[in-house]
Design a protein around this ligand. Structure first.
Ligand SMILES: *Cc1c(COP(=O)(O)O)cnc(C)c1O
Length: 232
């Protein structure tokens, strides 16, 4: 499974170069290896090759693979989360990227309270205004965050964005830039113990360099690390 090492080397080189181009610290950028549809043995090989953070988009997949994956990595839930599934991942994941409603946040907070923990979350924003079903409209993000901050067992750590898939990543730069200014605005205007604007989760295999140039701190890269596979 040498390809994992090679792929990670190549992606990390491109991350370094993109960060350097805009004068950013490499340490402020974390590569999340999106391991959906990848089996636990391959995930473990990627951990041996240097992966520190794993991203999954389905709760069932986390449940199925969790015990077989080496300890010490961080798990990120990056896909849509249904309220009735929160209980299955509350003790497994370190960061939930896809919170887009108060009802979901409330369920997360209640489950976190029962588990005696504080759950870190990101608010997913639909800044590209696609007909995508998920993500909150840009105009509603601040109000949603203020509402979420009334909950006891949640910490809001930033924002997440899934760009539309395009051939030329320059086409989505405008959205990444919009996300960064929304991020900065929230950081400046909302003050709360439970708000720590630290993370801007954006950039995938096809567009992560542009995302870095525009301020991403969490990159979600699947294909570039594990290779092409058919997504469910
Ligand atoms: C699959 C997925 C990714 C990774 O996509 P690649 O193009 O394979 O890098 C990133 N974010 C989310 C939310 C995903 O579902």
């Amino acid at each position: 499974m040498n390809y994992l090492k090679d792929n990670l080397l190549e992606i990390n080189k491109r991350i370094d170069e993109a960060a350097k181009r805009v004068g950013r610290n490499r340490e402020d950028i974390t590569l999340i290896a999106v391991s959906k549809t990848v089996e636990a043995d391959i995930m473990n090989a990627s951990i041996d090759a240097g992966v520190t953070d794993l991203g999954e988009n389905r709760v069932q997949e986390i449940q199925r693979k969790y015990d077989d994956v080496k300890k010490g990595v961080k798990w990120h839930l990056i896909g849509h989360l249904q309220r009735n599934k929160v209980k299955y991942i509350i003790n497994k994941v370190d960061l939930i990227h896809s919170v887009d409603s108060f009802r979901l946040a409330k369920e997360i907070s209640e489950r976190a309270l029962k588990a005696d923990k504080i759950m870190d979350i990101l608010v997913q924003v639909d800044i590209a205004k696609e007909d995508s079903k998920f993500g909150v409209d840009e105009s509603k993000v601040e109000d949603l965050i203020r509402e979420i901050l009334t909950l006891s067992n949640i910490k809001v750590k930033g924002l997440m964005f899934i760009a539309p898939f395009v051939d030329d990543p320059e086409e989505v730069r405008v959205y990444f830039r919009g996300m960064k200014s929304l991020f900065d605005r929230i950081k400046e205007t909302i003050e709360d113990d439970k708000l720590e604007m630290e993370h801007l989760s954006m950039g995938m295999t096809n567009d992560f360099e542009v995302a870095i140039e525009e301020g991403a701190t969490l990159l979600r890269v699947g294909t570039g690390i594990y290779g092409k596979r058919s997504y469910l």
